[in-house]
Design a protein around this ligand. Sequence first.
Ligand SMILES: Cc1cc2nc3c(=O)[nH]c(=O)nc-3n(C[C@H](O)[C@H](O)[C@H](O)COP(=O)(O)O)c2cc1C
Length: 158
Amino acid sequence: MANVLIVYYSRSGNTRKMAESIAAGMKKEKVEADIRDVKDVNAADLLAADAIVVGSPTYYGSMAADIKRLFDESIRLHGKLDGKIGAAFASSAHIGGGNETTILDILHAMLIHGLIVQGDWQGDHYGPVAIGAPDKRATQECLRAGARIARLLKKLAA
Ligand SMILES: Cc1cc2nc3c(=O)[nH]c(=O)nc-3n(C[C@H](O)[C@H](O)[C@H](O)COP(=O)(O)O)c2cc1C
């Protein structure tokens, strides 16, 4: 069975709620995800995952330091994450507050690791975004992203 890791950092719960909705979207495709606070994630967890989904609140237009620390520590895995699936999501306080730059920062690190990233031509293009607590639209985007990641995982495994 596929091993999916959803990692998040969340001070006030918005990004955590998005992580839960992404996992719910995966569940609709019969894929179970392990949802973890970044403080409980180590290099071995990344290595064991077939898909790594990372969410962060937007902090000054970029990922929170705790998420950056995980990527910086992942240097010890350089070359070993190649070919896994990667995806990202973000929460900010404002429209135009930097969600997409935050997601792209995370995706840059994933691409350097050799992860496979799928965009979305119809939904949130780079990954799901929420303004504050995820509303109905953001929750739908998280469910959609989860289902798409799960389907890609099954397609690549076949
Ligand atoms: C240090 C810090 C920097 C932030 N920078 C931004 C920012 O650049 N743009 C923005 O829209 N929101 C910014 N915010 C707000 C958070 O991104 C927003 O409240 C987010 O929904 C929090 O997610 P969480 O509930 O998962 O912690 C910042 C918050 C903090 C604490």
